[in-house]
Design a protein around this ligand. Sequence first.
Ligand code: DAH
Length: 336
Amino acid sequence: MKEMLEKIEQSALSEIAAGVSTEEIRIKYLGKKGELTKVLRGMGALSAEERPVVGALANTVRANIEAALKEAVAAEEARKLDEKLKKEKLDVTFPGKEIARGHRHPIYETEQTLRDIFIGLGFSIVEGPEVEYDYYNFEALNIPKDHPARDTQDTFYISDNILLRSQTSPVQVRTMEHMQPPIRIISPGRVYRADPADATHSPIFHQCEGLVIDKGVTMGDLKGVLELFAKRMFGEKTRIRFRPHHFPFTEPSAEVDVSCFACGGKGCRLCKGEGWIEILGAGMVHPFVLSNCGIDPNEYSGFAFGMGIERIAMARLGINDLRLLYENDMRFLEQF
Ligand code: DAH
């Protein structure tokens, strides 16, 4: 039996050395029906003296084969890993794929700047519907059915009294209806007009409305707020100027210009030689509008303003055709 055990060990070890699959060897020699197991089963026939000697030898043989198998498995794994590493080369210095990164659209970017400036001045942001009642867009703002101001603000009608808002001013009325003074809000958003698209018109564009209502608010406050706004938006050297104007929902009303930030007011291509660029309409909220919204004009006063966001974006970017902002030509947009 001793020789048989030695033979088993020798042939197992030489098969391992020859590279026979380790799993095959394990089954052939150490498995339930394996050769070593067979020998151990025959040990019952041995004498009491022989049994421990043969048993010890069998254990040694099993341990030797297992050790050799373990080594072979480790060597096989190392070889496989080596092969894999050789195949899968990774060059960490290889330049990466460039990710096409976009940026904010100039209209949106301008709106964000506007929001930041007014939030900084203590205003909050409110929103109003783009599909609006005639009442809020016109009537409550002192623009009755036959008023000529409706001509310049012709819009798209959904029914006789529902339309796409032609201005953000209806948000003034909606705000005063459910907010008590002091009110300090701006409301940026889309507006619509039945204008064919050209260099300065678009059937859809953006405005930002502003409204401040409190006790003792004056035109001086309006000037102060707009001056601060203009300096933050266009640069510290910017000056503003008020020109008398008429809006049905403010009294007095003004159009407000900023000094041209390209030439400082001397006159250039951007300001068309004027030295000034018109950016918004403003005024003291008309007592009629205040009462319409349930605010007592004898107790409260306030100012309102409305500006075109595209106009501001165009001035800042130095472009003279509104359509460029809507065509989404990447060659144009990528410049900013
Ligand atoms: N809503 C006016 C327009 O679209 C702009 C405007 C003028 C808004 C005067 C105001 C204002 O709040 O006080 O032409």
